[in-house]
Design a binder for this molecule. Sequence first.
Ligand code: SF4
Length: 374
Amino acid sequence: ARDVIESYRDTEKIKLYERAIKRAVESLGREVRIMEFCGGHTHAIMKYGIDQLLEGYVRFIHGPGCPVCVLPTGRVDMAIELARNPEVILCTYGDVLRVPGSQRKSLLNVRAEGGDVRMLYSCLDALRIAEENPSKQVIFFAIGFETTTPQTAVLLMKAKERGLKNLTVVSNHVITPAAIQHILNAPEIREIGKVRIDAFIGPGHVSVIIGSKPYEYFAEEFLKPVVISGFEPLDIMQSVYMIVRQLREKRAQVEVQYTRFVSREGNVKAQKLVAEVFELRKEFEWRGLGVVPYSSLKIKKDYAQYDAERRFLVSLPPPKEHPACICPKVIRGVAVPTECKLFGTVCTPSNPIGSCMVSSEGACAAYYKYRHGG
Ligand code: SF4
């Protein structure tokens, strides 16, 4: 396995792609602007210095593909409020615990104050916690793109099978194609410095589940090339080359670079699991993007008794953002983290002010780690 990974880090091949990309961009006569949707790609680009390697030729615009980053403050407040209930055990994935809500407090603070907040590696652990604590209400605060949704679907199906009465889920699962469409429709987002986003590097892990087919619409409707990429440096260089080649040939198609895992149809079995339990939510707010229609999933009526949003109504004052945090702009790709006054001084990974510094996939965390000596 190590040999395979090393082959995707081959310096000579990377140099070949560098030369080919630069030649192709020169023939276009202008810098090419590519949005990498997924936070995993942002990290790989920064880690391997691909942005520096292609500086002046390709500008990478970091997209909103980090599930913790796009969770709006109102939802963080909801998790905190639920966790403060002494009858509740609130379970979620690690990074969510550190995101500050309106009062600058996070789930970690709630835990320090005595709340029962648990970090899960697999959401299926919530089944065991519910069975071991029959007098408590166990709530799984679910976040993630299409990659993690099938597992939450399995959790809900198993809870129903076992007839658990004390396990519910808050669904914050979001959908990638709806967000890309929103970005392409919003003038402020798509025209950065009056130059539109030329193309997208499509998310790798999400596409393993949904396949490449859902992106075909963007390529056709908005005339934007989409290349679904792997996460190694050679993957990304090859994807950039595939994009630049499309631009040079005046094509706008969906191509898959990550063919070792992504097919056109995706993982049909996982898609069926999701369809059994979830349906589209009419509106959902994303941090940075605002309300995006049909961009998230809610739990179907058949599973209503496992839907925490139906079982535990939480009414909260309107959320408050930190006035100096520019996370929303970073998420939209209209600002880079270093433009934030708090970056690297007040806001660091050990003391995150905004969600983009919390998550390992956040753009601020990537800049801190790879450009700030963090
Ligand atoms: Fe927000 Fe911190 Fe990023 Fe600034 S550096 S935008 S405060 S997360």
